[in-house]
Design a protein around this ligand. Structure first.
Ligand code: SDX
Length: 385
């Protein structure tokens, strides 16, 4: 019998498969458009801020002034971390990859949350706010400890992005830098059923609690094919070294069938609209007083041009959100290993919004696999094998 007889169509990587319905986010891969709860990402990046966007994602509408003030106050209050979590970050920050330290810290938070296992919608909303706020404090603290410096407690007088930079550097940040970081948080906050959000939903669909579900998302986001690409793209730019070395480096990499980090996307088959927003900061870096920042911007822009020429039109491989993020973060004084933790801290909003939505009509996520092995084999005792 032909073993492929009756074989169903296999959708590798679940490519093109719809598994649920959602009103959180629309990604239009052909047109290169992105909407959070119906608002274009360009509008939110220009006119809103991460705290308001987190509210929008969680509640499904823009807040009134009073609602925003109350939500902002909750976010500021929730920045503090349990002492044991700070100590654990201190123990592993220099040894483990920052995403592993962050995954552990996020998971540990549940031990210090009296309502960790309260799965009521109100408790899950409060936990979402706690997680969104605390994950930024965790990411900043990891960066702080990895640079050999002591923990800096959060400052409730600062905005979300200002406080992140303060907890990372120990200094009150420049308003322009904080605004740029806030936009980075906004454009990383949500992106429909990407791998890490799917991981969160797989965990939560078993009715595991919210902390367990986002811990699964942390593990998934780390990979270089997903959230880890921002750090990998910057490392590539540093390896390229100078703009005039870009063509040779890229062509050698492509000839060797290597993937260029920060390019390509499962859904976008044109320019990632978030990449355009992040790219807009690079023009100013070209005239930075710091040579490394000028150099990185030049390399990024020459690599972009080359990749679009080589693979953009031909194979639909265009810059994605991760490509230009590195040079921007470097200009904010953020080390490469903290890039993906920032991505995680921002995406915590999207993970929680999707999880709370999915639980409203929960269904265990359990796809099929096509079995292509043998059946009914005879068991031969080990002495006769
Ligand atoms: C994010 O899903 C989301 O929404 C994710 C995200 C979010 O906000 O959550 O947008 C964030 O993860 C962005 C993507 C970050 N990852 C990278 O930049 C890593 C590099 N990119 C690739 O690994 C790849 O493009 C993926 C993983 C992003 C998408 O891969 P797919 O859809 O599984 O497609 P594929 O790997 O099968 O590639 C199809 C073809 C292959 O060539 P052939 O074997 O058909 O000849 O395109 C080639 C690939 O080799 N290709 C690339 C490439 N990406 C795809 N070739 C060179 N460089 C690349 N970057």
């Amino acid at each position: 019998m032909d073993i492929n007889e009756g074989k169903p169509e296999i959708h590798a990587g679940l490519e093109g498969i719809y598994f649920t319905e959602s009103s959180v986010c629309k990604v239009d891969g052909q047109q290169g458009r992105l909407y959070y709860r119906g608002y274009p990402i360009e509008t939110l990046a220009n006119s809103s801020n991460f705290t308001e966007v987190a509210y929008l994602l969680l509640y499904g509408k823009l807040p009134t002034g009073q609602e925003l003030d109350a939500f902002d106050a909750q976010m500021r209050e929730e920045r503090s971390l349990p002492g044991e979590v700070i100590a654990e970050i201190g123990r592993t920050a220099a040894r483990a990859h920052p995403m592993d330290t962050m995954r552990t810290a996020i998971s540990m938070l549940s031990a210090y949350d009296a309502e960790a296992y309260n799965d009521s919608p109100d408790a899950n909303m409060r936990k979402s706010i706690r997680l969104i706020s605390k994950s930024a404090s965790i990411a900043a603290t990891i960066g702080r400890y990895r640079s050999g410096k002591l923990y800096v407690a959060p400052d409730a007088s600062l905005s979300h992005a200002e406080n992140f930079l303060y907890m990372l550097s120990g200094e009150k940040p420049d308003k322009v830098d904080a605004r740029i970081l806030d936009v980075m948080f906004t454009v990383h906050a949500e992106h429909s059923s990407n791998a890490s959000t799917f991981g969160v939903l797989v965990a939560g669909s078993t009715l595991a609690d919210l902390y367990s579900s986002v811990t699964a998302g942390m593990a998934v986001l780390k990979g270089p094919l997903h959230g880890g690409a921002d750090e990998a793209a910057l490392r590539m730019m540093r390896e390229i070294g100078s703009a005039d070395n870009t063509e040779r480096y890229i062509d050698d990499a492509l000839a060797g069938k290597k993937k260029i980090m920060g390019f390509g996307h499962r859904v976008y088959k044109t320019y990632d609209p978030r990449a355009r927003i992040v790219r807009s900061y690079l023009e100013s870096l070209l005239s930075s007083p710091y040579e490394e920042q000028r150099n990185l911007a030049q390399i990024a822009l020459s690599a972009e041009k080359l990749m679009i020429d080589r693979l953009g039109k031909a194979k639909g491989i265009w810059p994605n959100i991760d490509f230009f993020a590195g040079p921007v973060y470097v200009s904010l004084g953020i080390p490469a290993e903290v890039f993906t933790p920032i991505f995680a801290a921002a995406r915590m909003a999207g993970w929680c919004a999707h999880m709370l939505e999915y639980w409203k009509s929960n269904k265990l996520l359990r796809p099929l696999e096509y079995y292509s092995g043998q059946l009914d084999l005879d068991y031969v005792p080990v002495e006769k094998r």
